[in-house]
Design a protein around this ligand. Sequence first.
Ligand code: DGL
Length: 268
Amino acid sequence: MDKRPIGIFDSGLGGLSAVKAALKHMPNENIVYFGDTQRVPYGSRSEETIESFAAEDIAFLEKFNCKLIMAACGTVSSVAVNATSKIKEPFIGVVKPSCKAAVTATRNGRIGVMATAASINSGAYTREIQKLNPSAQVFGVACPVLVSLVENDWIDEDDTITKEIIKRYVSSLLDDGVDTIILGCTHFPHLSSIIQSVVGDDVVLIDSGKEAILEAKRLIEENAMENDEEKGEAHYFVSDKTQNFSNIAKTLLGVDISDKVEYRNITE
Ligand code: DGL
C-alpha cells in the first residue's frame, strides 16, 4: 500500500493525455499534475531553456513526496537528459514506452514520429527505435502548430482548419509509407481522432501519454507500490490563470476539474 501520488508534468495541457489514461488504467492512484501554462510551448526553445524549465518543474513536483515522476512531455523526455537523470524518484518519460509500442505495432518497419521541433531535432525517438529494431526506418516531422491548436481548444473532430493543418503535416509520412505513427508530443493524442481520419485506419497511432502510463502501471505493480484505496484523487497546478486550463481540461478529460486546479508560481 503506497498512497504517495504520481507526479506528472508537461508544458501545458498535453500531459492530460497521460492523466486520461491514468484515470482509466490506474483509477486508484493519486495524481499531482503540473502544467507550465505560463511558459508553453517548450518545443520551439533551446536545449538550455528546456533543461532549466524541466529542472524547475521537477523540483516543484518533488515537494509532494511522489512515488514516481513522469515527464508527460515528449520535449522534456527527448531533450532534458540532465534534469531528468537527477530525479531521485523512479522516473518515466514518454520516449521509451512509445517507441517500444511502435516497434511492436509496425508491420513494415516504417515508423513515423509527429513531435515538437526540439524532440525531432534531438533524434531521441530515432535512436530509441533503432536500439529496439536496428532495421526500422524512422521518419520524423515537427508539428509545432498542433500544440497551439490544442492549447486553444481547436480540437473538434469537425474542425476543417485543424484537419487541413494535420493533412499538411502528415503528407510526407504517408508518402514515406509509414504504417505506424508515434504521437510523440503529448498534446497530439488530443487530436487523435482527426489524425486517424486523415491517415486512414491502416495506420496505427501510438499515444505517447497512454504508453507512459501503462509503463508506470507495470513499474508500480512490479514493486508492489499500488495504492489500495478504491479511488485516487487528482490535483492540478498551473503556472498561469486556471480558467483556460479548467475549461479545456473538461473537454479533454470528460470531467469537470475546476475545483481541483490551482495557480502556482514555481519559480518563487
Ligand atoms: N506536450 C509537449 C510534448 O510532449 C510539449 C509541447 C510544447 O510545449 O511545445 O512535447
